[in-house]
Design a protein around this ligand. Structure first.
Ligand SMILES: Cc1cc2nc3c(=O)[nH]c(=O)nc-3n(C[C@H](O)[C@H](O)[C@H](O)COP(=O)(O)O)c2cc1C
Length: 317
């Protein structure tokens, strides 16, 4: 089985429409492999046509970090997934992840993502097809939710991924029907850990740096993946407390990276607001009225200029 490429046991979760290559590049540049083990692209939806290596490379974005980044695929068409896995092999991707958790109607309609939680045998077969395509060169990992309507089958699902040959299993402890509810049940991660031999990555409900070790010691999982909380504080992995200026620099750099990738002011401001809505790092946002002011700014140019000023001066303009 190919070796996992992670140094640290903490991973950044893929989040469609949020953790794009620009966001990842800015976040990864602020970490060492000892602080952040790895990250993964948002899902690449494979319907019935495989992607070429150039298309996978574009989805992956530039790879100039020493932190390993994997490509995530989502689909149910085995041969198209396996052929895309062969394309992934020809890129800089450090691993291939398979998405069995996406709860959206689109995924369900295509019998992909979380729809496969109702078909463990099919899930196993998809994992196997990709593992065979990747051979000894690239680890294949699988990401599941704890179940579709309930968590009764979390052991069976974990074992299906293991039987298919996955090198690592991420368990998002919410079920499909729980979507992103604030309450989480980490005992479902413990059940998966106890059901398989392969390393398990626990996911769901991490809120602060201390939760990383806490999830590992409570559930016995080997790795922990962080989603929402990394959007509020991208330094959650190292636990570093940064200044307001460093926090503003992150956001400004993200905006510049988006601009270089061709995004106009409206899109850049919308992406920044997505983060400002929850942002806590560096106490850049002092209180609720301050957050409200940032969110209320309707002129994208003004928002971007204000963020640039914060990044340059480190003081409220
Ligand atoms: C906006 C958004 C987009 C997401 N996109 C993906 C995705 O592309 N692939 C995936 O496996 N999970 C995706 N997820 C799920 C996250 O990776 C993660 O499993 C989930 O947020 C639970 O972790 P958390 O409680 O730490 O946020 C997404 C979640 C959100 C909120």
């Amino acid at each position: 089985m190919p070796r996992l490429p992670f140094t640290a046991p903490w991973l950044l979760a893929p989040m469609e429409g949020v953790t794009d290559p620009c966001f990842r590049a800015v976040l990864l540049a602020r970490h060492r492999p000892e602080d952040l083990g790895g990250a993964c692209t948002e899902f690449l939806r494979v319907v019935d046509h495989p992607y070429r290596p150039s298309q996978v490379r574009r989805h992956l974005g530039p790879s100039d970090s020493s932190i390993p980044v994997g490509v995530q695929l989502m689909g149910s068409h085995e041969s198209a997934l396996a052929a895309t896995a062969e394309s992934v092999l020809q890129t800089e991707a450090a691993f291939l992840d398979l998405n069995f958790g996406c709860p959206t109607k689109g995924a369900l309609k295509g019998c992909a993502g979380s729809a496969l939680l109702r078909e463990p045998k099919r899930l196993e077969s998809i994992v196997r097809a990709c593992v065979e395509a990747c051979g000894a060169s690239l680890p294949v990992t699988a990401k599941i939710r704890a179940g579709f309507d309930d968590a009764e089958s979390v052991e069976e699902l974990a074992q299906a991924a293991e039987a298919g040959g996955a090198s690592l299993l991420t368990v998002h402890c919410r079920t499909r029907s729980e979507h992103y509810t604030p309450e989480v049940d980490w005992s479902r991660i413990t059940r998966a850990v106890e059901a398989v031999e392969i390393p398990v990555c626990g996911n769901g409900g991490v809120q602060g740096h201390a939760d990383l070790e806490r999830m590992r010691s409570i559930t016995g999982c080997a790795y922990v993946m962080v989603g929402h909380a990394a959007l509020a504080d991208p330094w959650i992995f190292s636990g570093q407390e940064v200044s307001a200026q460093a926090a503003a620099e992150f956001l400004h750099e993200y905006s510049l990276a988006l601009e270089s990738a061709g995004a106009g002011p409206r899109k850049r401001a919308a992406r920044l607001k997505q983060l400002l809505k929850v942002w806590t790092a560096g106490r850049l946002i002092s209180d609720a009225p301050d957050r409200k002011n940032w969110m209320a700014e309707r002129d994208p140019e003004r928002l971007l200029v204000a963020m640039e000023a914060r990044a340059r001066a480190g003081v409220t303009p």
